[in-house]
Design a protein around this ligand. Structure first.
Ligand SMILES: [Zn+2]
Ligand SMILES: [Zn+2]
Length: 69
């Protein structure tokens, strides 16, 4: 075992790898294997690959009118 301990983001799950950007040790849920970054850094670099749905808060495309019958 090279890494052991708890994820530095959730403090719950076991560490699987370290983030390439911030160096934090994170669990599978908070580590993106394709980029090697933790989810925190993913959000910062704004290059999150589509996948897990994290709905953006705020205004979405609102092209649907509501009709009352
Ligand atoms: Zn975690
Ligand atoms: Zn990171």
């Amino acid at each position: 075992m090279s890494v052991s301990g708890l994820c530095e983001l959730c403090q719950t799950n076991e560490v699987v790898d370290g983030c390439d950007r911030c160096g934090r040790l994170v669990c599978e849920r908070h580590y993106d294997r394709s980029t090697g970054l933790c989810t925190d850094c993913l959000r910062e670099v704004g290059d999150a690959p589509g996948g897990e749905g994290q709905p953006d808060r705020g205004q979405g495309p609102d092209g649907v009118d509501t009709y009352e019958f």
